[in-house]
Design a protein around this ligand. Structure first.
Ligand code: URA
Length: 259
C-alpha cells in the first residue's frame, strides 16, 4: 500500500475534520505505533501502522462511498436480472467486495445513485423514518400545469389507491415540459405514477440530489466519484427546495433538453 498522510487516514474514518486533526496532533493526542505524532501531515502506511486518536485505535478498514451518475439501461442491483448491473460502471479500484446500491433508480432512470459497503449508513439513509428528501428533474410529455403545485402538496392518490406524502413540484422557466419534484419516500415507480395520476407522463427522469448531496455537473453519465466522509454527512442536511430549483435549474435543464 502506498503511504498516505495521517490526517487523510483519520478523516476518512470518521468524525474529525483536517483542522481538528491538526489541533489534536499539536496537543499530542494522536499516536502512531504508540508514539505521539505532532504533525498531521506525517506519512503513514495504512496497512500496518496503528493509529490512535485520543486513546482509541482506528480500524485499518474503511467504508467506501461512491456517487454514480447512472445512465439509462442499467439495473440498480448487484446482480444482472433484467440488464447489466450498475456495479459494472464502477471502476475496479473504487469497488469493494460488499458494495451495493444504496437506493434504487428504474432501469430507464438517470442520475444520482450512491453505492457503498456501509450497511449501517445505507439503512439510516433508506429508513422511511428519516424521510431524506430526493429531488428529481423530469421531462414531461405535456406541459407542466400550475395546479400541480397544490395537488402534489396535498398528497397525490396513485391508481392503486396509495396516498402519497406531500411532495413539492416546481416548473422550470426555460421549458414548459421540465419540472423539479421533491419526494421524501420511494415507492415503486413513484414519480412516474404521480404524474400519471394527474394525466401527464414522465418521458425522462433524472435524480439530481439525495438529501444535501447534489449530483456534480462535471460527473457525466456512467461516471462515478468517491465521496468523502463530509459529503456523506451532507446526505442528512437537505437543501431548501425552492433555493435548489433557483440555483440548479440552468444546469440540469440544459442536460435534460439534450436527451
Ligand atoms: N420514481 C420513479 O418513477 N422512478 C425512479 O427511478 C425513481 C423515482
Amino acid at each position: 500500500m502506498p503511504l498516505i498522510r495521517l490526517d487523510r487516514f483519520i478523516s476518512e474514518r470518521g468524525e474529525f475534520t483536517r483542522s481538528r486533526i491538526k489541533e489534536l496532533a499539536a496537543k499530542g493526542q494522536i499516536r502512531v505505533n504508540g508514539a505521539v505524532v505532532k504533525k498531521s501531515d506525517t506519512k503513514i502506511d495504512p496497512d500496518c501502522d496503528e493509529v490512535e486518536v485520543q486513546g482509541s485505535r482506528l480500524s485499518a478498514e474503511r467504508h467506501r462511498y461512491i456517487l454514480l451518475n447512472k445512465p439509462a439501461g442499467y439495473v440498480s442491483s448487484t446482480e444482472e436480472h433484467d440488464g447489466p448491473s450498475v456495479m459494472e460502471l464502477v471502476p475496479p479500484e473504487m469497488r469493494t467486495k460488499n458494495m451495493f446500491p444504496a437506493g434504487r433508480l428504474d432501469k430507464d432512470s438517470l442520475g444520482a445513485l450512491m453505492l457503498t459497503d456501509d450497511g449501517e449508513l445505507a439503512h439510516r439513509m433508506l429508513s422511511p423514518r428519516k424521510h431524506i428528501p430526493k429531488i428529481y428533474i423530469v421531462k414531461l410529455a405535456h406541459p407542466f400545469q400550475s395546479k400541480y403545485v397544490d395537488l402534489f402538496s396535498e398528497g397525490i392518490t396513485l391508481s392503486d389507491g396509495y396516498q402519497c406524502l406531500p411532495a413539492k413540484v416546481s416548473s422550470v422557466e426555460s421549458s414548459e415540459t421540465l419540472a423539479f419534484i421533491e419526494l421524501s419516500e420511494g415507492k415503486y415507480h413513484q414519480v412516474k405514477r404521480m404524474f400519471a395520476a394527474v394525466e401527464n407522463h414522465v418521458e425522462v427522469l433524472m435524480r439530481v440530489s439525495v438529501g444535501g448531496l447534489v449530483l456534480p455537473e462535471k460527473l457525466s453519465f456512467g461516471e462515478s466519484m468517491e465521496l468523502l466522509h463530509k459529503d456523506v454527512e451532507n446526505l442528512f442536511k437537505p437543501p431548501d427546495f425552492n433555493a435548489f430549483c433557483r440555483e440548479f435549474s440552468g444546469v440540469f435543464s440544459a442536460i435534460l433538453i439534450n436527451i
